[in-house]
Design a binder for this molecule. Structure first.
Ligand code: APR
Length: 343
């Protein structure tokens, strides 16, 4: 049976030195961004007033292609430029500093692991990150300064290539897109682990879900999460530290004798992260969702993006005259460029 004390003595004796970490949204909630699936407080619960086809639609490439507005309405509240690393991010940087971090797979796109000091070659943001952006249609890169302007204003940025006009998307992996090939190159590292930490994730989204089962039998898998997930705990060598990640990493640091080092590394990382004016990201998120919900409901307008999708769809179905006539009738009611108001 593994436990924290046994793990601590093996680390101190140098018998554990290839730690693989799988992280999720739970390590960043203390930074001010909600996770996705926690009932009531998670992002997907907060998006209910938008009446999206399904909550994840806001991050699905097909939905973004015709209706990018909701994504940008929330962008400022979730933009990493306003966020500081948590003590959990600092713990990952401390593992790297002590040459114990074999590899970090993070599902987060906020880049806070890098801000805390985790070396880029020791980690992969499996779902991409906000560090760059491009047109989602022609893939032409888009300038950082213009992107920051769009994020701050909440307006959708469009491709600078005139004849393209596609909406610009940060280099994050949306549902319906595949993760970078680098994931398969790094995946074998999980089989080389002599300790795995699973932190702040519901283990619901592939391909990261397939990592924990690949840890060799007998190698401890330590879950730091509010609740048990993904069958972790089923092996005699599993250890669960349920509760806030930040409390869990402090418990590990105390056991490993690293507490003072952890706190000072964290304080340094927070001070080093330049951010603009303090932003209450949680309040900003609630306000953005409320504003967008009003915009999308009210006269029960079909959102601009849906109009464009319908137009494209009907344009391609010009043989279906009834459909076209109906669409033209609707369109005449709301003017040539206005959204369609469903009767
Ligand atoms: N401390 C510990 N656990 C936490 C904390 C915290 N402070 N906050 C939240 N949690 C837990 C939740 O209880 C939940 O089990 O972290 C988990 C977060 O799960 P999700 O919200 O599903 O987030 P994640 O697993 O990262 O989602 C994976 O889904 O929508 C996509 O692309 C998105 O990367 C994301 C992926």
């Amino acid at each position: 049976m593994a436990d924290i004390e046994t793990i601590a003595s093996k680390i101190k004796a140098g018998q554990i030195n290839r730690v693989v970490v799988l992280a999720g949204a739970g390590i960043s909630t203390a930074a001010g961004v909600p996770d996705f699936r926690t009932p009531e407080t998670g992002l997907y619960a907060k998006l209910a007033p938008l009446c999206l086809p399904y909550p994840e639609a806001i991050f699905h490439i097909n939905y973004f292609g015709h209706t990018p507005e909701p994504f940008y309405a929330l962008a400022r509240a979730r933009n990493p430029v306003n966020l500081k690393p948590t003590v959990s991010h600092a713990f990952l940087a401390l593992l790297a500093k002590k040459n114990l971090l074999h590899f970090l797979f993070t599902q987060n796109i906020d880049g806070l692991e890098l801000d805390a000091g985790v070396p880029g070659d020791k980690m992969m943001a499996v779902h991409g990150n906000w560090k760059s952006q491009r047109c989602h249609k022609c893939k032409t890169p888009y300038p950082d300064d213009l992107m920051q302007q769009a994020v701050n204003s909440g307006d959708v940025p469009y491709c600078l290539v005139a004849e393209c006009g596609g909406a610009v998307k940060p280099d994050v992996v949306f549902f319906g897109e595949s993760v970078a090939p680098r994931f398969e190159e790094e995946e074998p590292k999980v089989r080389e682990a002599d300790l795995m930490l699973i932190m702040g994730t519901s283990l619901k989204v592939n391909p990261c879900t397939r990592l924990p089962p690949q840890v060799p039998d007998g190698v401890p898998r330590v879950l730091l999460n509010m609740d048990t997930v993904g069958g972790i705990g089923g092996r005699a060598s599993d250890v669960s530290i349920l509760g806030a990640c930040d409390d869990g990493v402090r418990q590990l640091a105390d056991a490993f004798g690293w507490r003072d080092e952890l706190e000072s590394l964290w304080a340094g990382a927070v001070a080093a992260k330049p951010t603009g004016a303090e932003v209450d990201t949680m309040a900003l998120l609630d306000e953005s969702i409320e504003k967008l919900a009003k915009k999308m409901e009210g006269s029960r307008q079909v959102p601009e993006g849906h109009r464009r999708m319908l137009e494209a769809h009907l344009g391609s179905k010009s043989t279906n005259m009834e459909c076209v006539v109906r669409f033209r009738q609707l369109r005449s009611l709301s003017g040539p460029n206005g959204p369609i108001t469903t009767s």
